[in-house]
Ligand binder design. Structure first.
Ligand code: NFE
Length: 488
């Protein structure tokens, strides 16, 4: 077969807008991906929007970065502001924030498997809303693609309507303390604006029980069925081989104990995180300059995409000690020694499902803790520092999330956000090292280059969210240039 380039633009069943270009060739008798380029096709202007604003607005504004993981942005922003103010949320505020974030993890993981990823592996009906698609029940379209015949795989498709209902339940659960979801209203620097009472705890617990039954009885068995019938995907899509977790769900008021640990695995060897070793590269991104900068002094100056030779993405390329690292549930579970498998398409799905159970079960304990401390404070007063800086490191459903804030004259003078999808779907860096997803695509076997469902399996396993990673566009025109300055 002659070498071909297949462009998926936009990649569907993800959040946001992404283009992936794969070069496919036959090597050693196997037709496979030999090169890949991931492009974020929108510009996210949130850092620029925040300049000159009251720092206390950062949680409410950054939650709007994305409707799928708003809680994580609220958490990262409040942690960054608390760092700048040298304050910590009291125990009940911390626990309530954990509970709302846990609800968001569960809804996001269910959403990802059933609505975004499962149809890469299971046959859906050849009718709306499942079509148009490379649908294996459609004789003219996908019948010859590699979709395996198993009753347990048919069950997965049959569970999709229930999964949609369960996702709603997870939102309802988070809204018990969040006030609403998505974009909860209770995340403030210093703690939470909502308070626990026995009625709210009871309502939350009922939703949680319902979700844990679904996770145990349906979600995990469904992922295991897919993993057992597509076990070859335990060796496809390894990527960078490096895993990074900022850690999440503080279990004490100092933040030193977490349900999911902070740390890295570089080629399997554990490392502790030194946040100063994170830089963002822009050599292949549509931003001014070529120098990699630490996010605390990062700049977000978009350029005309046609003016920067070689650049191909609105995503910057975050690197740790100049190396690409994968973020996500597999990274968290592996760093925490709660997942012992490898790094692959199917390991990502298995780790994500097992994490949903782990988090759900921990939430039960947190409800007990709240119940035993009803009336304890949820908020410690935090006033806007006139100057200072803070870093909020947490985890979003898709992986490590960091917010870096600098405050001068009581206003935001710099704000940088690094999302998990920036780690995973990043373009090349100054050393021309590909991002983890680009690396994971190389070597993926492809049966039909015009319908590369195998490449989609690799892409979807990372659960990319380009809404988080990039944001504003002017179709058909030049990029919108937002000028930094005080809010008008
Ligand atoms: Ni838009 Fe997000 C998550 C964050 S992904 S979903 O999870 O942060 O980059």
């Amino acid at each position: 077969m002659a070498k071909v380039i297949t462009v998926m633009d936009p990649v569907t069943r993800i959040e946001g807008h992404m283009k992936v270009e794969v070069t496919i060739d036959t090597v050693g008798g196997l037709t496979q991906v030999v090169d890949a380029r991931c492009t974020g096709t929108l510009f996210r202007g949130f850092e620029t929007i925040l300049m000159g604003r009251d720092p206390m607005d950062a949680p409410a504004i950054t939650e709007r970065i994305c409707g799928v993981c708003p809680v994580s942005h609220g958490m990262a922003a409040t942690l960054a502001l608390e760092g700048a103010a040298r304050k910590k949320a009291p125990a009940n505020g911390r626990i309530i924030r954990n509970l709302v974030l846990g609800a968001n993890f569960i809804q996001s993981h269910i959403l990802h498997f059933y609505l975004l990823a499962a149809l890469d592996f299971v046959k859906a009906p050849a009718s709306a809303p499942w079509t148009p698609a490379w649908n294996p029940r459609d004789a003219d379209n996908g019948a010859d693609l590699d979709f395996r015949e198993e009753p347990s795989l048919d069950d997965v498709a049959a569970h999709i309507p229930k999964a949609i209902e369960m996702r709603r339940v997870a939102h309802q659960m988070g809204a018990v303390f969040g006030g609403r979801l998505p974009m909860p209203a209770n995340f403030v620097a210093g703690g939470s604006t909502s308070t626990p009472d026995s009625g709210r705890i009871k309502a939350f617990r009922a939703h949680l029980q319902n979700l844990l039954s679904f996770i145990d009885g349906t979600y995990i068995p469904d992922v295991e069925a897919v993993a057992s019938h597509y076990s070859d995907y335990l060796t496809v899509g390894r990527g960078s081989g490096n895993l990074l977790s900022f850690g999440v769900f503080d279990l004490d008021d100092t933040g030193s104990r977490k349900l999911l640990s902070r740390g890295l695995l570089k080629g399997g060897s554990p490392l502790s995180l030194d946040v100063r070793r994170i830089t963002e590269h822009v050599a292949y991104s549509w931003y001014n300059g070529t120098r990699a900068l630490p996010p605390a002094s990062g700049v977000t100056n978009p350029v005309d995409p046609e003016a920067k030779t070689g650049a191909y993405s609105w995503l910057k390329a975050p690197r740790y000690a100049n190396a690409p690292f994968e973020a996500g549930p597999l990274a968290r579970m592996a760093v925490s020694r709660r997942y012992e498998g490898g790094i692959s398409v199917m390991d990502r799905h298995l780790a994500r499902a097992r994490e949903a159970k782990l988090v759900g079960e921990a939430m039960r304990e947190w409800l007990n803790e709240l119940e035993n401390n009803l009336g304890g404070p949820v908020y410690e007063e935090v006033s806007t520092p006139s100057r200072g800086s803070g870093i909020g490191l947490t985890e979003a459903p898709r992986g490590a999330l960091g917010h870096w804030v600098r405050i001068s004259g009581g206003k935001v003078s710099n704000y940088q956000v690094i999302t998990p999808t920036c780690w995973n779907a990043s373009p090349k860096d100054s050393r021309s090292q590909k991002g983890p997803m680009e690396q994971a695509l190389v070597g993926a076997p492809i049966a039909d280059p015009s319908r590369p469902v195998e490449a989609l399996r690799v892409i979807h396993s990372f659960d990319p969210c380009l809404s988080c990673a990039v944001h504003i566009m002017r179709p058909g025109g030049r990029p919108v240039v937002l000028h930094a300055g005080p809010a008008r």
